[in-house]
Design a protein around this ligand. Structure first.
Ligand code: LIP
Length: 268
C-alpha cells in the first residue's frame, strides 16, 4: 500500500525537531571534526551524531525504508520510501555560532518527494509541506511572494567549497548583481528556500547543491507557489537549482542560462 503522506510528515517533523534540539544544545563550543571536498568544507561531530540519531528514529518507526544522508551516504531499503536527510544544512553558520542552519528531512515515495520538514531551531521555526497540501511555517499557511521584475528582486544564492567552482560562481554573480535589487548569501540552502516560500525573498539560485540540501525545502517552496527547477525545464539537479514565482523564474532562468550558470565554465 502507498504510505500515508501525513504519517510520513509527522515522522519527518518528530525527527527534525529532535535533531534540531540536540544540535542546538551542542552548538556552543563545537569544533571542526573533519573536512570534505576542501579545507573550507567542514564537518562537526554534531553533523554525524545528529544524522545517526535521525537514522535511528526513522528506522525504529519504519524499519524497511531507504535513507540518503549527507554524512552517512545511501542505505538501501526494501519498500517504496526513501528518506533524504541533511542533519545540519549551513554547517559553517553552525560552527560560527550563527542561527542560519537547519535540519532537513524529506520523504520520497517512488522517486517523488511527498513530505518535507525543515527545522530552523535558532528561530524556533518549523517549515512543513506534503505534496498537494500547501506549505506551512509553525502550522500557519505561507505563500511565496508574487513575481516582481528581476530588477526589483531580492535574490538568494550560495557558493560551493572548491575554489574553481567559486571562481565560476563569482563570474555568474558579477553579471547577476547589477540586474537585481540585491543578493543574499544566507549560508543554508534549506533556509534560503524556506525564506523564499515565506515571501522573504523573491528568487533563489545555486549551483552545486546536493539532494539533501533541497529535498524538503524545494517541496515547501513549490507548495508555497514557487516554481523550482533547473535549466530548460529540468527538475532541480546538482548542476543548478532555481526557485521563484513562475514569471520571475523564467526571467532569472533566461539570465542564468547564457551565463553557463550550470557549468564550471561560466561565460564572463
Ligand atoms: C551548504 C549549503 C549552502 C551552500 C553550500 C553547502 P552544508 O550545505 O546549504 O547554502 O552554499 O554549498 O552545500 O555543507 O552546510 O550542509
Amino acid at each position: 500500500p502507498t504510505p500515508d503522506r501525513a504519517g510520513l510528515l509527522s515522522l519527518a517533523v518528530e525527527a527534525a525537531r529532535e535533531g534540531g534540539r540536540v544540535a542546538a544544545e551542542g552548538q556552543a563550543g563545537i569544533g571542526v571534526l573533519d573536512t570534505k571536498s576542501s579545507p573550507t568544507d567542514v564537518v562537526t561531530e554534531m553533523d554525524r551524531s545528529v544524522e545517526e540519531l535521525i537514522r535511528k528514529r526513522l528506522h525504529t518507526a519504519r524499519p524497511g525504508d531507504a535513507v540518503l544522508g549527507e554524512e552517512g551516504g545511501d542505505e538501501a531499503g526494501e519498500g517504496a520510501v526513501r528518506w533524504i536527510v541533511d542533519p545540519i544544512d549551513g554547517t559553517v553558520n553552525y560552527l560560527y555560532g550563527r542561527g542560519e542552519w537547519a535540519v532537513s528531512i524529506a520523504a520520497e515515495v517512488e522517486g517523488e518527494v511527498v513530505a518535507g520538514a525543515v527545522a530552523v531551531p535558532a528561530r524556533g521555526d518549523l517549515y512543513t509541506a506534503v505534496l498537494g497540501g500547501g506549505a506551512f511555517c509553525n502550522d500557519q499557511a505561507i505563500q511565496a511572494a508574487p513575481a516582481v521584475p528581476l530588477e526589483l528582486a531580492l535574490v538568494g544564492t550560495g557558493f560551493g567549497y572548491e575554489s574553481g567552482r567559486r571562481a565560476q560562481q563569482a563570474e555568474v554573480l558579477r553579471s547577476v548583481l547589477p540586474r537585481v535589487r540585491d543578493i543574499r548569501r544566507g549560508g543554508s540552502a534549506a533556509v534560503d528556500l524556506c525564506e523564499l516560500a515565506h515571501g522573504r525573498s523573491n528568487a533563489y539560485y545555486e549551483r552545486g547543491l546536493n539532494q539533501w540540501d533541497w529535498g524538503a525545502a524545494a517541496l515547501i517552496a513549490q507548495e508555497a507557489g514557487a516554481r523550482v527547477g533547473g535549466l530548460h525545464g529540468a527538475p532541480p539537479t546538482p548542476d543548478l537549482v532555481i526557485a521563484a514565482a513562475p514569471e520571475l523564474f523564467v526571467e532569472l532562468h533566461d539570465v542564468l542560462a547564457p551565463l553557463g550558470a550550470d557549468t564550471d565554465a561560466a561565460v564572463g
